[in-house]
Design a protein around this ligand. Structure first.
Ligand code: DLL
Length: 448
């Protein structure tokens, strides 16, 4: 379905929500599920026919593509995970000949081979539509200046946000990350209404503006499209007040597409996952079984329209909850609640499971403390131990740092339930990110 026929772009008479693809975004849930079933069957058929790994696994599980009678049958399909992509590096999971790829993206991968993903023309077309849909869902209008500070290159953030903005009919400023001083100047000079960046980099931009005496709250900036890393509601409040914008959460992953798999609407009450293109499940990461709606678990995604790289039950490792309750914006697609963190990032401190974002939520907004932090995890004897390095706000007397640290230890203990050491450093003591922030240094891992 082309954008030209469906788009109702930027038509937002006061109060009325604008849609990019109204019919699809507001499809009654029964029709949406029927569409999903049809597309699921086609995807499984395609994967079985063209991808040896999927064929072998489906056959071994006794799942013939034509046996899928209803969406719930998905639980019989085998999972796919990141290591499958690595093990079949670079093109082993493609369902189309390499010659039919229009583009390749890859994740850097700190260990071993990178994860490589490919797109046909049709995949890129759908991606641009879904990103454009996400922009409109967030409140972006045709003709807006979109300042894109996501990294360009193999990372999907830059080009994903770029082509979606072009598809919408916005004016894109292809900045990429870095050169923060210049970012501030161009946001002001070009009249950007929309900022695309990781939340941590958005904060670095806010800080740079403040240091330069530039008040971005007085600029045209109105909306931030922030994602690619976990962030907390406390961080949202901080960024919104410092930039004078509405901060919208956007989610995605390269294995499934890139940014635009799910995006918040103006209600900021969960991210609409685009169910006409993806099937979402939440499972218990231990047992692999689905959990009831509303309960936390690992997000699992099956692609429904991807040609080059169909993914069956991809285990994202991201922990969240979903709801199919109606949303005030009128969109019928389910909502994924804020991603608390990745399974891999979970720390177990004396038996308590902790995500870095929970500690972030305590630090951000605390008087005297700046929202820049690093968690250092090490083994002391038989126990894991966390030291929280966090910055003091500019202007705070260094003589009070120890007091601040003691208060922070107390807050973390009472709100998160773990005992940590806290070290308060001078402003600027923690490295700023230009993309995905590194929040944890794990000294238990070799080479950290
Ligand atoms: O980060 C795609 C993206 C770009 C999304 C720009 C949003 C904006 P990857 O590099 O493959 O792709 O990393 C995907 O990042 O599995 C999550 O763990 C994390 N992530 C992405 N968005 C969010 C979010 C891009 N809104 C991995 N909240 C995912 C929390 C997020 N975590």
């Amino acid at each position: 379905m082309g954008a030209a026929t469906m788009a109702e772009v930027g038509i937002s008479p006061a109060g009325a929500p604008a849609y990019f693809q109204r019919e699809l975004e507001t499809l009654p849930r029964a029709a949406l599920r029927a569409l999903q079933l049809e597309r699921l069957r086609a995807t499984v058929r395609d994967a079985h026919r063209h991808v040896p790994l999927h064929r072998a696994r489906l056959d071994a599980a006794g799942c013939a593509p034509d046996d899928i009678a209803c969406l719930d049958d998905i639980v019989h399909l085998p999972f796919t995970q990141k290591s499958d992509l690595r093990d079949h590096y670079p093109f082993g999971l493609l369902a189309r000949p390499r010659e039919e790829l229009a583009r390749i993206h890859a994740s850097s991968g700190t260990t071993g081979k990178p994860t490589v993903v490919g797109y046909t023309r049709g995949d890129l077309d759908n991606w641009a539509d879904l990103m454009a849909r996400s922009y409109v869902t967030a409140g972006v209008l045709r003709g807006d200046v979109v300042h894109n500070a996501y990294g360009y290159g193999l990372f999907t953030g830059g080009l994903g946000a770029h082509y979606g903005a072009e598809r919408l009919g916005a004016t894109v400023v292809p900045m990429s990350g870095g050169a923060t001083e210049r970012q501030v100047a161009l946001i002001v000079d070009f009249g950007a209404r929309v900022l695309c960046a990781t939340p941590s980099y958005a904060l670095a931009i806010a800080e740079m503006a403040e240091q330069q005496g530039v008040d971005l709250r007085a600029s045209a900036l109105a909306i931030g499209m922030f994602g690619a890393e976990p962030w907390s509601d406390a961080m949202r409040t901080e960024i919104e007040s410092r930039l004078g914008i509405k901060a919208i959460d956007i989610y995605g992953l390269s294995e499934i597409m890139g940014p635009g798999v799910a995006c918040e609407c103006g209600c900021q009450a969960g991210l609409h996952g685009w169910e006409d293109h993806f099937l979402f499940e939440v499972i218990d990461p231990e047992t692999g079984r689905p959990v009831p709606e509303g309960q936390a678990g690992e997000l699992v995604i099956t692609t429904l329209t991807k040609e080059a790289l169909p993914m069956l039950r991809y285990r994202t490792r991201d922990i969240t909850r979903v709801t199919t309750a109606p949303c005030d914006c009128g969109r019928t697609h389910l909502r994924i609640l804020r991603i608390t963190g990745r399974n891999d990032d979970m720390l177990i401190i004396r038996g308590v499971n902790v995500y870095p974002s929970q500690i972030e939520a305590v630090l951000v907004g605390q008087a005297g403390i700046a929202p820049h932090y690093l968690l250092i995890v090490e083994r002391r004897g038989i126990l894991d131990h966390v030291t929280v390095e966090v910055e003091a706000q500019p202007g705070v007397d260094p003589a009070t740092y120890d007091d601040l640290a003691r208060q922070t230890v107390h807050h973390i203990k009472s709100l998160v339930g773990i005992t940590t050491d806290v070290v308060v450093t001078q402003p600027g003591g923690i490295a700023r990110s230009q993309g995905k922030a590194v929040r944890v240094r794990d000294l238990r891992k070799k080479g950290a």
